[in-house]
Design a protein. Structure first.
Ligand code: FAD
Length: 416
């Protein structure tokens, strides 16, 4: 006679490779390192995931929210998941037969365990909810399988020709097909061609730099701020696939677009809300979108304050420098930080925030202030430390303020 067979059922957490835009948000968010990736896919280790759900709402596309009921002994390994181009269908294994009885029969939102753990996790550094008054975003209207073709109607270099940093302002027009966006959202670009393994290139994500009513008001277009990648993070010479493709596009060329993405890094809609924006380089894209929307709305009575801290190596490498200088001081309080100006000490955004501590503290004290941080990954620690120092110096205990900001959808971090 055969021995007993294990029938322990697992709701296995999986990531949909067709929708995932490889932004790394889930891997960063996971408090127990259950998520990993290779050049192809992001995957979840079934033996580590505890179903805490911390990764679900930060995912900009919803690719993270996929579950399959399997026998624990037959859980998909990460080696298998790394080879997938599509998720496996829910099978017809013994696990299915047991599904209704043992796992609750609900595909959505369960954890890796048969019963979701529902653990309260507070390891995420920023908000995983939008501001209460943010407009409702559309996400995933266009996918890898059904992308939207947009026409390039503008592409020009933002940084001075004398600098190494080649950042472009690119305007894409959608013609008569709707592509509704909100400030703070992003889209995906499908670069043509294939990767060395013969698979189609995966999509790259770019923040939208224009307001919801168009780069040109009333037009069905968006703008992007794209930096040409010519070196990898170690400084080795590379030609980034998508950034070079985009920066080389000519007016009239067409590109495949997916998205929009993002449902938390959004701006508040109430007129008296304040925006504290901190960015470096192309991290200025969402700040440009929000600032321009507020500029357009200001004419209709928006009263909240705008304060911007913007960092780059030099003034010549800072996108949108000229236009920012033209904005009235009583509309936006702009503060630049340059880290490589010859003959000047290095200044980073966090240094300038500390110099303006009293004004930053005044904003932190106000429950109508919403904070946005976008740009290089390396800036996050410095900015959070500066916020902490400023809060503590001004009697605003950071240890209680920080969780409150996160809970209230008032601290948004997007670094890459
Ligand atoms: P790849 O071919 O993917 O990479 C080539 C090599 O360069 C790899 O080794 C890679 O590790 C390395 N590399 C990739 N990016 C960089 C980098 N920035 N610096 C140094 N080395 C790098 N980019 C923008 O330009 N503007 C945006 O508004 C923008 N918004 C983003 C928003 C989000 C939420 C995320 C996750 C990313 C965003 N990015 C943005 C980055 C963008 O998605 C691409 O990663 C970037 O353009 C590089 O893609 P690539 O195909 O050119 O390089």
């Amino acid at each position: 006679m055969n021995g007993p067979v294990s029938i322990e059922v697992l709701k296995q957490h999986l990531i949909d490779p067709e929708i995932c835009i490889r932004c790394n948000t889930c891997e960063e968010t996971c408090p127990i390192d259950a998520i990993t990736h290779d050049d192809n896919n992001y995957v979840v280790r079934a033996d580590v995931c505890n179903g805490c759900m911390a990764c679900i709402s930060p995912c900009p596309t919803g690719a993270i929210d996929n579950w399959r009921t399997v026998l624990r002994a037959e859980a998909y390994s990460i080696d298998e998941q790394l080879t997938w181009d599509v998720l496996p269908a829910q099978g017809t294994t013994a696990a299915d037969a047991l599904r209704a009885g043992q796992a609750g029969g609900n595909d959505a939102g369960a954890g890796a365990a048969a019963e979701p753990a529902g653990i309260e996790v507070d390891t995420v550094r920023g908000s995983t909810v939008p501001p209460w008054s943010a407009a409702k975003p559309y996400v995933n209207l266009y996918t890898h399988k059904a992308p939207l073709r947009a026409t390039v109607v503008g592409n020009y270099r933002l940084t001075e020709a004398s600098t190494e940093s080649d950042i472009h302002h690119i305007v894409l027009d959608f013609g008569t097909t709707p592509f509704p966006v909100l400030e703070g959202q992003s889209l995906g670009i499908l670069p043509p061609g294939t990767a060395p393994d013969g698979r189609a290139h995966h999509a790259r994500q770019y923040s939208i730099a224009s307001p919801r009513d168009g780069e040109r008001k009333g037009y069905n277009n968006v703008s992007l701020t794209v930096k040409r990648v010519t070196q990898d993070y170690q400084g080795k010479r590379v030609d980034g696939v998508c950034s070079n493709y985009l920066c080389d596009l000519k007016k009239g060329d067409t590109v495949e677009v997916i998205g929009p993405f993002g449902n938390t890094f959004l701006m508040p809609n109430h007129a008296d809300s304040h925006l504290l924006m901190i960015c470096t380089g192309t991290g200025s894209a969402p700040m440009r979108a929000m600032t321009e929307y507020r500029r357009r709305r200001r004419l209709k009575g928006a009263t909240g304050k705008l304060m911007l801290f913007f960092g780059a190596r030099t003034q010549e490498e800072l996108p949108y420098f000229g236009p920012l200088l033209n904005l009235p001081k009583d509309f936006i309080d702009t503060n630049f930080a340059f880290s490589r100006t010859p003959g000047q000490p290095k200044r980073y955004v966090q240094d300038v925030m500390r110099e303006r501590a009293a004004d930053v503290a005044q904003m932190l004290r106000d429950d109508s202030t919403y904070i946005y941080v976008c740009g290089l990954k390396g800036m996050e620690d410095g900015v959070l430390q500066a916020l902490q120092a400023i809060a503590d110096q001004h009697g605003l205990a950071w240890e209680t303020l920080w969780p409150k900001l996160k809970r209230d959808g008032r601290l948004h971090l997007e670094t890459y």
